[in-house]
Design a protein around this ligand. Structure first.
Ligand code: PDD
Length: 283
């Protein structure tokens, strides 16, 4: 069965799907994206991703290509046509196609691309059971990390450094030595006295939809939470650490740089929150 992509109004075979060479996403990274996890054929935390998409588009003054109800139908149709049970659906909206000129062109029509693919949920579960390693490096990004822009060069360089260090993720660190977030995930620790800690929302990080859900799950468990930044040193001495994202859900960290975390085994709170997440997020 061939994969199907949705491109500007048509469902097309994935290997023939294409956009114009003067699409501003290609020319300038002038666009935004969203990633939904799919479990049992259902989009997880659907509404949160719609909300963030609208916000990212609004911040960049890119017109929404269709309303949420229509978009919801197309997203589910792409998942269905690709027969994805466990996987992801990826959406990208760019300002559109126009002769190359930095300023916004007049009367431009947004471009939209949606793809979906399976992921090996069992392998992801195994990684979560074992825990993963992260490295730390300088955050080299711009001042609007709250926008889910397709402009991801610093993120991909960070992730590549992680891969080359045999690590799973890279935690980026601000000028004050404090962790901002992962290259494609939010960063969390559980302090020595059991306080669940993650950086507060600002232009320095992406407001993760998984992060939002995990905060609600922690509240339901009456876990003490602090939204504040933490240093790499504090993280290395933490009781637990983990990352959250649509792709990783809640994934425990067992090593930061060369320091073993939680005795090198996944932390209790991370495992409990992962379980809660899987039970609560299907829509
Ligand atoms: N990334 N921070 C960054 C920089 C991210 O790129 C992501 C998600 C997150 C977590 O957001 P959420 O919980 O809403 O997935 C945090 C997606 C998965 C990606 O780039 O593929």
């Amino acid at each position: 069965m061939s994969r199907i992509a949705y491109v500007n109004g048509s469902y097309v075979p994935h290997n023939q799907a294409s956009v114009h060479i003067e699409d501003r996403g290609y020319q300038f990274a002038d666009g935004v994206y969203e990633v939904w996890a799919v479990r049992d054929g259902k989009l997880l935390d659907s509404a949160g991703h719609f909300r963030r998409l609208a916000r990212s588009l609004g911040e960049l003054r890119i017109a929404a290509p269709m309303n949420d109800a229509a978009l919801s139908i197309v997203l589910r149709e792409v998942v269905r046509q690709n027969r994805v049970r466990d996987g992801l659906v990826y959406l990208q909206v760019t300002r559109g196609v126009a002769p190359r000129d930095h300023a916004f062109p007049k009367d431009i029509v947004s471009s939209i691309v949606i793809t979906s693919k399976p992921v090996n949920a069992a392998a992801a579960e195994r990684a979560a059971q074992k825990g993963v390693a992260v490295i730390t490096l300088a955050d080299q990004r711009w001042a609007r990390c709250d926008i889910k822009s397709v402009s991801l060069l610093p993120n991909i360089l960070a992730k590549q450094s992680a891969v080359e260090a045999n690590a799973y993720e890279a935690w980026m660190v601000d000028g004050k030595g404090r962790v901002t977030e992962g290259s494609s995930s939010n960063a969390w620790i559980v302090t020595k006295d059991g306080v669940l800690t993650t950086r507060s929302l600002s232009n320095d990080i992406l407001g993760g939809i998984t992060r939002e859900r995990v905060l609600a799950l922690a509240a339901a468990r009456q876990i003490k939470v602090e939204e504040r930044s933490f240093s790499v040193e504090e993280a290395k001495q933490a009781k637990e650490a983990f990352i959250t994202s649509s792709m990783n859900l809640v994934t425990p960290i067992t090593k930061i740089d060369t320091t073993s975390i939680a005795g090198g085994t996944p932390g209790e709170m991370a495992c409990a929150l992962r379980k809660d997440y899987l039970q609560s997020a299907a829509t």
